[in-house]
Design a protein around this ligand. Sequence first.
Ligand code: XMP
Length: 323
Amino acid sequence: MAETLVFDAAGFVAEQVAAVKKQVGSRTAVIAVSGGVDSTIAAAIVHTAIGKQLHAVYVDTGFMRKGESEAVEAMYKRMGLNLTVVHAGPEYFEALGSTTEPEAKRKIIGEKFIRIFERESKKTGATVLVQGTIAPDWIESGGGKRDTIKSHHNVGGLPKDMKLELCEPLYHLYKDEVRAVARHLKVEVAERQPFPGPGLAVRVIGNLTPERVQLAREACDVVEREIEAAVAAGKMAKPWQYFAVLTNTPSVGVQGDLRAYGETVAVRAIDSLDAMTGTAVHVPYEVLGRIARGITNHPKMKDKVNRVVYDITDKPPATVEWE
Ligand code: XMP
């Protein structure tokens, strides 16, 4: 009879805590925490192993969701992490300039991440960089015989001359296993939807300006609020991930009696277990209608966005994010 393999979260944590203690010893480590499940759980494991020797750095890249930086900061303070918050938005926009090619954007964002950590680590004397890298990140980033689907910022974006030693306690885990660890550790991000490291930057196709990122931020907020309201009302099951993309597809519309030429927002809701494959979710039409009106009537978006479409593509052939 075939045996079912059950992931042992408690065993995994004990093993990794011991491994981190051994690797880091009396040195100081620094971690980039994003508020997402992966980096938060990596931080929780390493914090358990080495306590205050771990310095957590939260970089507000300018690509975070609405209210995210404030909420994340409060959460890490509650966890007792040694936390530094870096407001790096202007630095990111300057580094990206007019770059629009997705892989180039990811590389620039990845490099900036590392440079900021190098800068911060110098202040703390850290020689170890902890990352929340999980299996799909390095599998999809290519290398060896694998094709590069997209360079996840924490893999393909790493500069060759990086000076810090890497410590990646979640390296072999899939997303569902990371969530099991989060539940085991009773870390409050456990049920939160995943958010990509490069943030809204990969949800804004074309020119990355603070104004366009702000549109994506507001549109994502509408999608989250409407879907979560529909879930709470029992109209649909909670999708694995749900967000909006500013597609860089201008289209003609009408506002009052006037012709308008505005942006198109795509709504994406997808179910997945391990991020490697996914299925577009059947969001009820009524909910999609509320999202479309919520975006096009929104005071901060109505003059800029005049069309909302729904992305019905599975992964593969599409990926979850558009870039
Ligand atoms: P894709 O778009 O590759 O997304 O199908 C799979 C899952 O990974 C997230 N994602 C990222 N996460 N760094 C991350 O930490 C990244 O560069 C990155 N790109 C995509 C995506 O949101 C989805 O959950």
